[in-house]
Design a binder for this molecule. Structure first.
Ligand code: ATP
Length: 492
């Protein structure tokens, strides 16, 4: 993959007229652009912001001050044979103004003719339709491990720290800092130093705390703190065996053993059959952070923005590796349909996600869940994306017994054995795990309102009053069965 600087050089050399760079790290970006320009001899750099105007131009000081149109006129009239780059900060806010967007479009022939490039930098993307085709979006990546290492070195040389930092601690701190901006890294390391007068293992929780906050601000991923265990799941024995065999795959020992890192699993099945429960239990059993992706948030915005968001999501997940990335309701966004209606955004997002799934080298274990596996595009199910595709069917008699037992034990840890679990299981054919749990909760409500404890009879009544979802939305069982016979999916 090309670095930011390499991509920028390509765009500059290919004479892209307007480049839009998204970043929250203005200062680092400026530094990086300056370096690129110096290295590649694009000589002139002019930087504009609303308050100061083009503050780098001594001849025309204050040019374009509080005047975005004036800034564009400067771009137009500036006479030079040497390639020039004009950085316009916060310009997103002016693009919706007709005067500005018209002026930009009028400038396009000139930008192609003369060696001039406009670079808009902003923390968000917002491009009006009439400018979409003329603007190219570029992503400015967060600091690399190398840059973070340099920052740690700089800080430890500048500040007098207690004792020397071991190489291993440096590696761990670098890993914890990945996914944060340089400004945040400086601040959080400063905080750790103020508290402990040292950078050591104590710094890690402080950095991770900061990272949690940053991640929740992106609104793409959510941290989930869970305490579910595989034994809290009734049934799914094949899947549980598969997972148990991979218990220590992310350990140092497994790394030494050269054990291939599992990519992930796709778990399909109707609503309430325990797919989310399994994602949570994997994270807890493997003692890894669980990140839930809000897939809907990947979409929206202007052309190109969704792909940037997928990359951002991948960067964050990888910066937290080893971790579990839970992609819930995969089928909702990627149903097998004609994607033409959204200018190919869905296909491009899917392609980015699938390429990453197939090629990822960092230990991010993906647990994708889907209600309707049949509607998923076939490329998702192709070998090499997930290690296995499991289908959770509705629980059989024995599995229902276990599920009743699990939930009765949860609600009545002392007296759960008084309930006639065998009878309850016989009477709840085709019920999902969630429906079984709900019948117990319904029974509890009724009994509580009558000031008594709930009985097997109350649960039986709740069962009678429930129509299992599978009866309302029957799955084409024959289809799933034939897929299972061909090895495309495995019963969980
Ligand atoms: P959805 O597709 O609606 O998100 P889901 O398949 O992810 O549903 P869960 O959210 O995991 O289902 O299930 C809801 C609740 O039902 C669980 O938190 C759990 O209490 C109970 N449940 C479901 N399946 C099982 C099971 N196999 N064993 C024990 N409890 C279960």
């Amino acid at each position: 993959m090309k670095t930011f600087q390499e991509e920028l050089v390509v765009l500059l050399k290919a004479r892209y007229p307007i480049i839009y760079i998204v970043t929250i790290e203005e200062e680092r970006l400026e530094y990086s652009i300056r370096n690129t320009i110096l290295n590649k001899r694009f000589s002139n750099l002019y930087i504009w912001d609303f308050i100061e105007g083009f503050n780098l131009n001594p001849m025309k000081k204050d040019c374009g001050k509080r005047n975005p149109l004036g800034a564009l006129e400067f771009v137009e009239t500036m006479n030079s044979n040497t390639p020039s780059i004009f950085i316009l900060k916060d310009f997103r806010r002016f693009l919706t103004d007709l005067t500005i967007s018209r002026k930009l479009r009028n400038l396009l022939p000139l930008l192609k003719r003369e060696p001039k490039t406009i670079i808009i930098i902003d923390s968000e993307i917002q491009i009006p339709n009439d400018l979409k085709d003329s603007i190219t979006i570029l992503k400015f990546n967060l600091p690399s491990p190398k840059e973070i290492r340099a920052e740690i070195l700089r800080l430890s040389q500048k500040l007098t720290l207690k004792g020397k930092i071991s190489q291993k601690t440096v590696e761990n701190i670098i890993k914890a800092c990945q996914g944060l901006s340089l400004e945040k890294i400086r601040r959080v390391l400063g905080k750790a130093i103020v508290i402990y007068r040292q950078l050591d293992h104590n710094s890690i929780p402080i950095i991770l705390g900061e990272k949690r906050q940053v991640i929740s601000q992106t609104k793409l991923l959510e941290f989930w703190a869970v305490k579910k265990r595989l034994k809290d799941i009734g049934g799914a024995y094949n899947l549980k065996r598969w997972l148990t065999a991979r218990n220590d795959v992310f350990s140092e020992k497994a790394l030494q053993y050269n054990l291939p890192i599992p990519k992930g699993v796709l778990i399909a099945g109707m609503q309430g059959c325990g797919k989310s429960l399994i994602a949570k239990a994997i994270a807890f059993e493997w003692r890894l952070p669980l990140l839930r992706l809000d897939i809907g948030r990947l979409f929206g915005g202007v052309v190109g923005e969704s792909e940037l968001r997928v990359r951002e999501m991948i960067d964050i997940a990888e910066s937290l590796s080893p971790c579990i990335l839970w992609i819930d309701e995969l089928d909702k966004s990627f149903i097998d349909r004609n994607y033409d209606s959204d200018s190919g955004t869905t296909s491009r997002v899917l392609a980015t996600l699938l390429t990453w799934l197939g090629e990822k080298t960092l230990p991010v274990f993906v647990v994708a869940t889907a209600n309707d596996i049949k509607s998923l595009p076939t490329e998702i199910l192709r070998k090499g994306r997930f290690d296995e595709v499991f289908f959770l069917k509705s629980p059989d008699l024995n599995e229902r017994e276990v599920i009743f037992e699990i939930h009765l034990q949860k609600f009545r840890p002392e007296s759960w054995e008084i309930y006639d679990i065998k009878r309850l299981s016989r009477k709840s054919t085709r019920f999902s795990g969630a429906e079984i749990e709900q019948t117990i909760i319904d029974a509890m409500y009724v009994a509580f309102s009558q000031d008594r404890d709930f009985t097997t009879g109350d649960i039986l009544l709740a069962i009678k009053e429930t129509v299992p979802l599978i009866d309302i939305a029957p799955l084409r069982a024959s289809k799933i069965n034939s897929w299972a016979r061909s090895g495309r999916v495995r019963f969980a």
